[in-house]
Design a protein around this ligand. Sequence first.
Ligand code: SAH
Ligand code: SF4
Length: 339
Amino acid sequence: MDLKKLSVFLKDNGAPAFRIKQAADAVYKNFAASWDEVPVLPAALREALHKGLRIHSVDNLETLVSKKGDAVKFCFGLKDGLKVESVLLNLLPEKWSICLSTQVGCPVRCPFCATGRKGLKRNLSPEEITDQFLAAAHYLKKTRSQKISNVIFMGMGEPLLNYDSVAEAIRALAAPDRVGLGQRHISVSTAGHVPGIRRFAKDFPQCNLAISLHATEDALRSDLVPLNNTYPLGQLAKALTDYIGSTKRRVFVEYVMLEGVNSSRSQAARLNSWLRSVAAPKYFVVNLIPYNRTGGQYRTPARERIKVFADLLETMGLEVTVRKSLGEDISGACGQLAG
Ligand code: SAH
Ligand code: SF4
């Protein structure tokens, strides 16, 4: 849904100005998925809208619900036949987060990630990003009478490589006269696109930033996150120091745990020193993500090993969480989205 298109359409059809707010509220606040669900509009106008302006630019082709019911994966079809996925996650009772995609595929090509394997097909438009949210919100309302409270840009693609569209989607989600989520409920995860981090700090100082770090030696990080060749650790460190300096916000550090690659005791110590070189430990939450299998060469460390790594970091004064993996049975876990 694009508010500008909606306004122009209503004006062209001779509707008075107050209809714009009614139509926009129906879409952004009540999550109507078709104009039939908007009885407040006159029948003739609904008919015109029905013929001329679809509410969602994405088609929900398939919905998969995990066995426990705590994860729901949507496969959305786009106008040109490509597909993207979004995942609803029930992390706390009655609290749902949605993980949104920003690109079809991803140009960064991290070797452990299913999305990166195929490279980039194209960027998503602002509408295609917002509409994943609106379609999922419609589903949650219809099936469970619940609402989405948080948005994480952690689905397919590198959000900061599609900056303008992601920024427009954030505005639609945060604006009080549209979805009205509030920037503090919105998080962007990046593989470390330095110019994007700098823009994001200026444009959205209230949103949350997550960095997919995964290693603190340049050679290893370049293998795991090839964007590191363009923006190596030194540049990333500086961008994060500046980000924390200007926003005073904590940064979420994501670290995918790969057996025999990045999860030794000495690598935990390195991670601690690297973070301390960026800012005081209170500015970080380290989120360890046990590797989810995507068919490649990597293996997940044993649970005890992950615990040792986490405990070490905690002893060094860092806040650490180990990510609970939801939705593995529907291939909806981190890194498993392949469209
Ligand atoms: N491109 C962005 C956001 C999408 S990826 C980024 O990389 O941050 C979201 C998160 O899933 C990243 O932290 C990524 O490193 C992680 N991830 C990718 N593949 C994974 C896998 N197979 N197992 C666990 N986490 C994975
Ligand atoms: Fe792209 Fe993120 Fe996957 Fe890397 S982990 S390939 S940056 S989506």
